[in-house]
Design a protein around this ligand. Structure first.
Ligand SMILES: [Zn+2]
Length: 349
């Protein structure tokens, strides 16, 4: 039984209200339920906003779903906001230079890293999907693997099964790309926050650590001056030096079908708006658009001075040789050819 208390006004049109209630509870989405019967007891003929009905439905179906262990978000303490620049939070460990930076790789295809000397990298984040084959991880040193969740998860149940299976196999490092990921990963997991969770100031960085982030990767949309400020604040702050930044992500298939009989094949297409060229990639019935020119900041790594650097091989197709050459170029502090620094040198007034 779930309930929500509130002050409600009489409905102007009770028929419409009842239809609205039915519509709200009919939406069972990803749950294993379907609505068969609905009894409405509303003797005072009150009006309840759709947002309240939706919340009630969400709570109700969550309570009914036994296998969905009620993973609560970690407690968040809302404190009086500090002034930017005055942050003195104990959760932030100052990044004391000089140091040896950590090297991280993120990939959605393990083939990409097959020629890279993994002894030279500290961690490999593997981007999973609802149809992810866990067996492919056997090729990697388990202690270095971090499981990366995408920012958009539509098939939540299928994804949860993948996460639970990985957890059962002893994988305990996860990366979330959306705060709702906190409810999907095991409670005792080591959780890092991916750059899809935008961190562009000290307040948001502190909030991530308060939410339990073991590491935060800063935004690819940031500028050099701001990155420099943020990297001095955290031993656990990473910056991605090479990636194909996702400009658009949809958990929908690019094909016009309902995917039940989909061939699920990877599809690459070049698209252009007349000025810029982009690559559209559909993998596992999900669609991503990236610019044709990758982002590369490796020539500025010494200025950025982060405690950890990441190199991403996601979405676009890379041969193992290309990926190894890119990783080595980035590690050497050189800019990879035919790349862009995007906003890095831009001055925002
Ligand atoms: Zn499909």
């Amino acid at each position: 039984m779930v309930d929500i208390a509130g002050t409600f006004e009489p409905a102007k049109d009770i028929e419409k209200m009842n239809a609205g209630i039915f519509k709200a509870f009919e939406k069972t989405g990803d749950t294993p339920f379907e609505l068969k019967e609905l009894h409405i007891e509303n003797p005072d003929k009150l009006f309840v906003p759709v947002s309240v009905l939706n919340e009630l439905r969400r709570l109700l179906y969550a309570e009914l779903e036994p296998e969905k262990i009620k993973r609560d978000l970690p407690p968040v303490n809302f404190k009086t906001p500090q002034q930017p620049g005055q942050i003195q939070d104990s959760t932030i460990v100052p990044n004391m230079s000089p140091k040896t930076p950590k090297w991280l790789i993120k990939t959605d295809d393990i083939q990409n890293v097959s020629q890279i000397d993994l002894a030279s990298c500290d961690e490999i984040s593997v981007l999973i999907n609802p149809a992810f084959d866990i067996k492919t991880l056997a090729a990697l040193p388990k202690e270095k693997v971090r499981i990366s969740l995408p920012p958009v998860i539509r098939q939540t149940q299928a994804m949860q099964r993948v996460i639970d299976a990985l957890s059962a196999q002893g994988f305990n490092k996860f990366e979330i790309a959306n705060l709702s990921g906190l409810m999907m990963v095991p409670q005792n997991a080591d959780i890092s926050f991916d750059s899809f969770i935008p961190v562009l100031n000290t307040q948001s960085l502190a909030s991530c650590f308060e939410l339990g982030a073991a590491r935060v990767t800063l935004s690819p949309e940031d500028t050099l001056d701001n990155l420099k400020k943020l990297t001095t604040l955290g031993e656990n702050v990473a910056v991605c030096l090479y990636q194909d930044p996702a400009l658009f992500i949809s958990a929908n298939c690019v094909r016009q079908n309902d995917c039940r009989a989909c061939n699920r094949k990877t599809l690459h297409a070049q698209i252009s708006n007349g000025k810029n060229k982009y690559e559209l990639i559909s993998k596992n019935c999900e669609t991503v658009v990236v610019p044709q020119t990758p982002l590369c900041w490796s020539d500025e790594a010494t200025t950025i001075n982060a405690a950890a650097y990441r190199v991403d091989f996601c979405y676009k197709k890379y041969t193992p040789t290309e990926a190894r050459q890119i990783f080595e170029t980035v590690r050497a502090g050189k800019k990879v050819k035919n790349t862009s620094s995007f906003n890095l040198k831009k001055q925002f007034a």
